[in-house]
Design a protein around this ligand. Sequence first.
Ligand code: UDP
Ligand code: MG
Length: 319
Amino acid sequence: MSSEVAYSIVVPVFNEEEVIAVTYERLKKVMDTTGRPYELLFVNDGSKDKTAQILSQICQQDTNVKLINFSRNFGHQVAISAGMDNALGQAVVVIDADLQDPPEIILQMIEKWQEGYDVVYATRKERKGETLFKKWTAAMFYRLLRSITDVDIPVDTGDFRLIDRKVCNVMRNIKEKNRFVRGLVSWVGFRQTAVEYVREERFAGETKYPLRKMIKLSLDAMTAFSHKPLKLATYLGLLFSSLSFLYLLFVVFEKLFTPYTVPGWTSILATSLFFNGIILTILGIIGEYIGRIYDETKDRPLYIIDSTIGFSREGESHD
Ligand code: UDP
Ligand code: MG
């Protein structure tokens, strides 16, 4: 059954009514040139605008298009995962809906895949039309992540990538709740390679990644792929107990051999504020991990599907 579809294009969409019709046209144009059977699988991540209506209309007209509607917004990473779960293609490509990732690059990815690579990821050699803040935080994030993890997660690389069917099957069996998909794809291994591209400006609309979601994504990435933040407590503890010991020697020396024993109000206040700050930060870090452990133990489903369109054509039931 799955052998019929060569390529699945997974597109997570959240409130993209302004771009989605154009995105469909561009994807269709590119995929038609491959001459192989393909599916465009849109995962509507609880959009509140007309995205669902536009996509369902497209589904009526084009049998290559499928739509999964979530019951609410579950987030970009979860939408990608739902796409991978339901994709039938021999190669599965994940691409953003806003045309920042040019669909034409998919053809280069397919070429690499045909050469025998299992994962072809797209590295941004330039980002157009994004704020300095976004570029700077993204650059910092990828480098910080790289320095604290043992997994080789490529820098400046988003979720725009092609994965082979066997990698997709492995991904489907990873049940992590707070997912950082691009990290997981690196973690699974296989033969991986890169293509470079210029990340375009968003075609229309605003970013669907406000600072809140950026912070959540980076915390998911760091906690899922590194224990180093937890070890920070140990290192800081060691450092400051050594420093305190030296200070203690100094205080005792001062008391015994000098005439003035300063009341020391300033130093007490300063150290107390400083250490309280450190303790709260470390409690926060521990909390981030515990929260995620709690999410895993609850074992709730990753996402809830409200409805689907276009799947019955394979004679399969998705509910
Ligand atoms: N997206 C999603 N769910 C969300 C946020 C974003 O499915 O909660 C989709 C969005 O529609 C787009 C992709 O994820 O296709 C990337 O989002 P966006 O372009 O807004 O992020 P940016 O490029 O600004 O980082
Ligand atoms: Mg974007």
